[in-house]
Write a protein that binds this ligand. Structure first.
Ligand code: ZN
Length: 149
C-alpha cells in the first residue's frame, strides 16, 4: 500500500500548494466562518446558490496543510452540484472520517479519498472536517454569516 499512500501524499501536497477556488465570491449568496481551535485553522466558505444548485464556491483562510487541502477538495467536489448531491458527498466524507474501514464511495469521493489516512490521527480529523462543517453552516445560514467553534 506504500504506492497508494505516496499518491495520496502527492494529491494532498498539490491541493495545499495550489488550492482550488481560493477566493472570496463577490456574488456569494451565503457564507460561514469556521475555526478549529485545536490547530488554529480558520476558514471562510462562500457559496453562490441558485435554483438548488451550488453555482459557485470559494474559500479563504489560513491553516495547516490538511485543512487547506481538504477545503480545496471540498470546493472542487461540490461546485456545480445540487444541494442534495453536495449532502451526499458530505455524508460519504463524514463516514470516511468517522468509520475506519468503512466501504468508500470512490465515485463520490474522488481526490477526497487521499484524506482517508487522516482517520488514524484523531487530532487531525478536525482539520480535515473543518471545511465541511463550515460548508454546512453556510448552507444552513441562508445568507447569514455563522461562526462555528
Ligand atoms: Zn489543522
Amino acid at each position: 500500500m506504500t504506492g497508494l499512500s505516496d499518491l495520496y501524499q502527492e494529491i494532498l501536497l498539490e491541493h495545499n500548494s495550489k488550492p482550488r477556488n481560493f477566493r472570496e465570491l463577490e456574488e456569494a449568496t451565503q457564507s460561514a466562518e469556521g475555526y478549529n481551535p485545536l490547530c488554529g485553522d480558520k476558514i471562510t466558505v462562500y457559496l453562490s446558490v441558485a435554483n438548488g444548485t451550488i453555482a459557485d464556491v470559494g474559500f479563504q483562510g489560513s491553516g495547516c496543510a490538511i485543512s487547506r487541502a481538504s477545503a480545496s477538495m471540498m470546493t472542487q467536489s461540490v461546485k456545480g452540484q445540487t444541494l442534495v448531491e453536495a449532502e451526499n458527498v458530505f455524508d460519504a466524507f463524514h463516514r470516511m472520517m468517522t468509520e475506519p474501514g468503512a466501504d468508500l464511495d470512490h465515485d463520490l469521493l474522488g481526490d477526497l479519498e487521499s484524506l482517508s489516512g487522516v482517520v488514524e490521527f484523531p487530532i487531525r480529523i478536525k482539520c480535515a472536517v473543518l471545511a465541511w462543517h463550515t460548508l454546512r453552516a453556510a448552507l444552513d445560514g441562508q445568507g447569514d454569516t455563522v461562526t462555528t467553534e
